[in-house]
Design a protein around this ligand. Structure first.
Ligand SMILES: Cc1cc2nc3c(=O)[nH]c(=O)nc-3n(C[C@H](O)[C@H](O)[C@H](O)COP(=O)(O)OP(=O)(O)OC[C@H]3O[C@@H](n4cnc5c(N)ncnc54)[C@H](O)[C@@H]3O)c2cc1C
Length: 827
């Protein structure tokens, strides 16, 4: 009897918690339970009376709002204010920027899968498709990356002209201003395709369409500014750049020392109110060739020409290059990827007020403007470039592994090579899925700041993994540089992608979870807003609402994590059937576990979590893996569940689940209060830790996708520059790859013949001749082998140079230690 009662009580509490019941339901259930015990059992009065008294006290304390606020909420609010992390103005503005979207679902612990699956798949319109197949394809053919990177250190004049004339700088500018008005998807596809041909060209096109004058004017420009500058930018008559970073302000960009002082000065021969600027910036992309410089600086008004305040905050302005005092011209050399990049300075540069972006209205709002634009742009530029590189590695390193032979076999057939090949394919699939999901969100008007940080960080890191693997697989042919090497520049460019638009260590350690926890959590921001409310009574009411909502949320996640952990996600309702159903269920489990762990970490560490960057980073990793896996599942559905993609989908899901588990494990181990870690481990993994690295057999299946022509490979690498023209390196590899697939069965026959002593020749051509003479193969087979050997030799060949190092001389300039000047000749 007692056992049944106990189990019923536990069961009821669990169900109510799981369902997130409100306080009335809890109180009702509590009283009902107590009533049943009192009147349905033989319990003596001296036990039931104290129980009823305690119950009455609890009901009064928690169920009557006035009493609850006074005795429970008010002391907790006081405590909350003490532990609430201190926040700078720039952090506050960063938090307010952008919107929350699927990240909030993942934070909820019970993601609404239908919401994800119903999201429209992003599609190109006919005009965008035409631009990709026409001008973008043509530009790809025009670009000679070796000429650009090794000989000219610049795009050719022809390529520059083409980019400007065809409107590549105006992809995001609306048609009414003469731009292309493209979707985020089209913008990304252009950058991705160019990146697969020349990273220098991709960066050149990407920057004006990302964070810069164009985007800032679109969002904040005055009508006059938009009408004047946007058509000129769209036509390529202006080359823009944006200068934020300086020698003393890199990651901590809010600390820029560059200043503007409100004063009177002369502009176009007329006296006017304006700003006198002094700045020192570096690393500015397109800086050396820009005609229009976007500038971030701190504005001061010591003479009170605008009002009472002296320090007006970060402000943005547009400076024509030829304004007196502007000094531009030198170049940095960013790892031999010679897109235009360099420092610039301004000495007492005077501009009128109408050159401030957005005019007076936006004075002091510069940081918010930047982070808002970054929330969008960061989800497009570098992710697209990274996917371009991943697809390049998938297509051409995969092909290389099928063509290159060692120990009498294509190297792709060795188990050791299958592992990195599978990783390249899996990560590329994952990257492209995340890119497309994020673009879909941007195209329906979301500005998901946390998600854009996730894709910036993870896609550039996965790009790094893919290209490192590609390097290992290609051996010497990846290392020796020259026109025939398709991956070396992608390899060199990795640190650039990792460093710009929010350096990766910082993004992982501070931004993803740091912002995500506050932005995407259903209650934290509400609690913080309540705690900061000026009206004390309102603060208490709002905090009370948020606090008890939060408590319900926490209890729900405890119940869900434990239940889902015991069942490993089974029985959780998901709207998908078939081979991926279990992954949705397991993600539900991980999402609940994440919501619970994040809450516990925030509650116990408070503001200290901000300094515990390693813990914050691991929580961010779990959130990110949840996002990446959602993207993979969504892509699989969007593409009609192609059977031959299933091994890659499985690989991605299993890899991510394993990574999440490992992040949880390390997180629990490193929580400062160890018993809390033990408790969380019990709640999250009550039935053990089930995930491991992907199985060998799965790696084998995934590697096969890259080693043979087929639909899965085609889908995986869609959108990059591909040609069968043998005057391009890509074309040579494509032809050899197709031939390799054709001769694979013939090579197998030759291998068996040799093993059985029927042929003795050392090379394939001789073996084919012997086999032909013995009637083991047909004449056309022998011819195919001969052709394969010719194509293979072409693909395996690397470039050689007669005069290496003769004309190169780059020496540090002793007067400018940060800048290396090209003294003579070409690098
Ligand atoms: C090729 C190139 C192009 C660029 N283009 C532009 C441009 O067009 N316009 C522009 O304004 N800027 C541009 N930048 C600047 C770029 O945004 C900065 O390089 C970047 O913000 C990092 O600053 P930093 O290089 O000074 O590194 P630092 O800020 O010195 O950082 C060094 C390391 O410390 C880490 N770090 C810093 N703070 C923390 C923290 N709190 N926690 C953990 N880790 C931390 C960083 O992640 C990084 O790994 C460009 C840079 C490069 C290299």
């Amino acid at each position: 009897m007692w056992i049944t009662g106990f189990l019923m009580t536990v069961g009821t509490i669990w169900v109510l918690a799981y369902l997130g019941a409100n306080s009335l339901t809890w109180i009702g259930a509590f009283l009902l339970g107590l009533g049943l015990v009192t009147f349905g059992t033989e319990i003596s009065w001296y036990i039931s009376l104290p129980l009823w008294l305690a119950a009455t006290a609890i009901v009064l304390l928690l169920g009557v709002p006035r009493i609850r606020r006074h005795y429970v909420t008010a002391p907790l609010l006081k405590q909350f204010r003490k532990v609430m992390p201190p926040m700078s103005q720039t952090e506050k503005e960063a938090l307010e920027a952008g919107s929350v979207w699927w990240d909030a679902e993942l934070f909820s612990g019970r993601p609404d899968w239908l919401r994800l699956l119903r999201m429209p798949k992003p599609r190109l319109n006919p005009e965008e498709r035409e631009f990709l197949e026409g001008p973008t394809e043509h530009l790809c053919r025009l670009l000679d990356d070796w000429q650009i990177t090794h000989q000219d250190q610049d795009l050719s004049p022809e390529a520059w002209d083409y980019i400007r004339q065809q409107g590549f700088f105006g992809l995001i500018i609306p048609k009414r201003f003469g731009g292309k008005g493209f979707s985020a998807l089209a913008h990304s596809e252009v950058v991705m395709k160019l990146a697969s041909r020349s990273i220098a060209a991709a960066v050149t096109v990407m920057v004006p369409n990302s964070l810069g004058p164009g985007k800032l004017l679109l969002h904040y420009g005055t009508r006059e500014q938009q009408n004047h500058y946007l058509p000129r930018l769209a036509r390529g008559e202006e080359i823009p750049c944006f200068a934020l970073t300086g020698p003393d302000a890199g990651s901590d960009a809010g600390a820029i020392p560059d200043s503007g002082v409100v004063c009177r000065g002369e502009w176009n021969g007329e006296k006017t109110l304006g700003v006198r600027l002094n700045w020192d910036k570096r690393y500015i992309t397109l800086g050396p060739v820009c005609t229009l410089l976007g500038l971030a600086f701190k504005l001061y008004d010591p003479d009170h020409l605008l009002g009472n305040d002296e320090e007006l905050g970060i402000t943005l302005a547009l400076i024509p290059r030829d304004t007196p005092g502007v000094q531009i011209g030198e170049r940095h050399i960013p790892l031999n990827i010679p897109f235009q990049n360099g420092p610039n300075q301004g000495h007492d540069v005077f501009i009128p007020m109408h050159q401030l972006i957005g005019g007076r209205q936006y004075i002091g709002h510069g940081w918010k403007m930047l982070v808002e634009c970054l929330a969008e742009g960061r989800g497009i530029s570098l992710p697209s470039l990274s996917v371009g590189a991943g697809k390049l590695a998938s297509r051409y390193t995969g092909a290389y592994a099928a063509i290159r032979r060692q120990f009498n076999l294509p190297i792709g057939q060795f188990e050791g090579i299958e592992k990195p090949l599978a990783r390249i394919a899996g990560l590329t699939y994952q990257m492209d899925s995340a890119r497309q999901l994020t673009l879909g969100a941007l195209d329906i008007g979301e500005k998901p700041s946390v998600i854009s940080a996730i894709v910036k960080y993870h896609l550039t890191e996965k790009y790094r993994e893919c290209i490192n693997d590609a390097m290992d697989i290609q051996g010497g042919s990846g290392i020796c540089m020259g026109p025939s090497n398709l991956i070396a520049r992608a390899y060199q460019a990795i640190p650039i992608a990792v460093t710009v638009e929010g350096a990766n260590i910082l993004t992982r350690s501070m931004i993803i979870f740091g912002q995500g926890a506050i932005r995407a959590h259903p209650w934290i921001l509400k609690e913080m807003a309540a705690a900061q409310h000026a009206d004390k009574q309102q603060a208490l009411t709002d905090f009370d609402h948020a606090l008890f909502g939060h408590a319900r949320f926490l209890i729900g996640n405890i119940a869900r994590s434990l239940f889902l952990g015991l069942t490993r996600g089974r029985f959780s309702g998901v709207p998908v059937h078939g081979p991926t159903r279990r992954y949705y269920q397991q993600l539900h489990w991980m999402s609940s576990a994440f919501a619970l762990t994040a809450d516990v970490a925030m509650m116990t560490l408070g503001g200290a979590l901000k300094r515990k960057e390693r813990l914050s980073a691991r929580l961010g990793d779990i959130l990110s893996e949840l996002y990446l896996t959602s993207a993979v599942l969504k892509r699989f559905e969007d593409q009609g569940r192609p059977e031959d993609d299933l091994p890659i989908v499985r690989w991605c899901c299993e890899q991510s689940l394993y990574r999440m588990q490992e992040c949880f494990r390390l997180l629990f181990r490193n929580l400062p209060f160890r018993p809390l870690g033990w408790l969380l481990r019990l709640l999250v993994f009550p039935s053990g830790q089930p995930y491991t690295e992907t199985r060998d057999n799965l790696d084998h299946q995934v590697a096969q996708v890259l080693l043979k022509p087929g639909d899965a490979r085609q889908r995986l690498t869609e959108g990059i520059f591909v040609t069968k023209d043998p005057s391009f390196r890509q074309g040579q590899i494509e032809l050899a790859f197709a031939q390799a697939a054709k001769v694979a069965p013939i090579e197998k026959t030759l291998r068996i013949a040799r093993r059985n002593g029927l042929t003795l020749g050392r090379d394939l051509e001789t073996q084919a001749q012997e086999a032909l003479e013995q009637g083991l193969i047909e004449p056309e087979d022998a011819q195919a082998i001969k052709e394969m050997q010719r194509l293979r030799a072409l693909v395996v060949a690397v470039d050689g140079f007669a005069h290496y190092g003769k004309q190169n001389a780059i020496r540090p300039d002793p007067d400018k230690p940060a800048i290396y000047a090209v003294r003579s000749g070409h690098v």
